[in-house]
Design a protein around this ligand. Sequence first.
Ligand SMILES: Cc1cc2nc3c(=O)[nH]c(=O)nc-3n(C[C@H](O)[C@H](O)[C@H](O)COP(=O)(O)OP(=O)(O)OC[C@H]3O[C@@H](n4cnc5c(N)ncnc54)[C@H](O)[C@@H]3O)c2cc1C
Ligand code: FES
Length: 264
Amino acid sequence: MRLLEALNRVSLGQYTLLEKEIIGSQYCRLVFLAPSVAGAAQPGQFVMIYPPNAGVQKILPRPFSIFAADRETGQLTVFFRIIGTGTALLSLSEPGTELKIMGPLGKGFPVPPAGSLLVAGGIGMAPLVFLAASVKVELNFIYGVANSEQFSCPLDYINQPNLVLHEVTEDGSRGELGSAVDLFRRLLPRAEAVFACGPRTMLEIVARDCLDSGVAAWVSLEERMACGIGACRGCAVMTKNGYQRVCSDGPVFPVEEVFFHGRT
Ligand SMILES: Cc1cc2nc3c(=O)[nH]c(=O)nc-3n(C[C@H](O)[C@H](O)[C@H](O)COP(=O)(O)OP(=O)(O)OC[C@H]3O[C@@H](n4cnc5c(N)ncnc54)[C@H](O)[C@@H]3O)c2cc1C
Ligand code: FES
């Protein structure tokens, strides 16, 4: 019953892949013509994409944050790291192919006020790029990765005067030497609000420091997902409001609601 109700609420369609870009050895950017998804998408929401079949192998759809959505052209973009079977299959799709996409799904970010700090660890930059592109106010955007090889130049795709980009790598091979957390701690005292996506350990520190300093903050969580629409409970996490489904109650949560390991 829950599954049927959830399915009735979401849009599932076949959409044409318009453009594919492989970036370095690890990343892929796919642009689809998907007007109904792009027209309704809010920053922080995600889509479930069904990888094309490989022979008899059928695999579950995979969740990807919406990286860009253009209401006028109907174009929807996702940007992902190629790490396993599903992402490898998707990265092999060629323009002209039709792929099944469900979405937009989940609850996104609130509108960031001027002076907000966006903190992206690795591929966690994807939903934050869409968030940054959705407003005209001044924002600081921290983008931290391990080294220059993992750098995916996300901000090449948004050239906005409202954005101050702070690049940081753990080995100093690009931008500042250090971690996204180091920079976050330095910029937090001037932040009006914080929006973060990335590794769990980074989110935990962001949440704790924001709670300690009284700065409003939201994190986007990632869990393995099966249905993506709130029906299977496979993505449930413990929060202050009991178990919540990352796919339908999130993926964006205010930091005060999330339990990490400690008191947050
Ligand atoms: C809401 C949401 C938004 C996401 N947005 C993006 C995005 O914009 N760009 C992007 O690159 N990735 C994103 N991801 C992660 C992405 O869904 C996974 O990388 C993808 O499903 C892996 O599929 P695969 O078949 O290639 O890998 P698999 O073969 O399924 O797994 C390969 C390896 O990756 C690990 N893994 C797979 N999925 C996850 C996950 N969700 N969290 C942690 N570890 C995982 C597995 O444990 C395994 O070790 C998002 C995930 C969620 C839940
Ligand atoms: S993935 Fe099924 S409930 Fe979230």
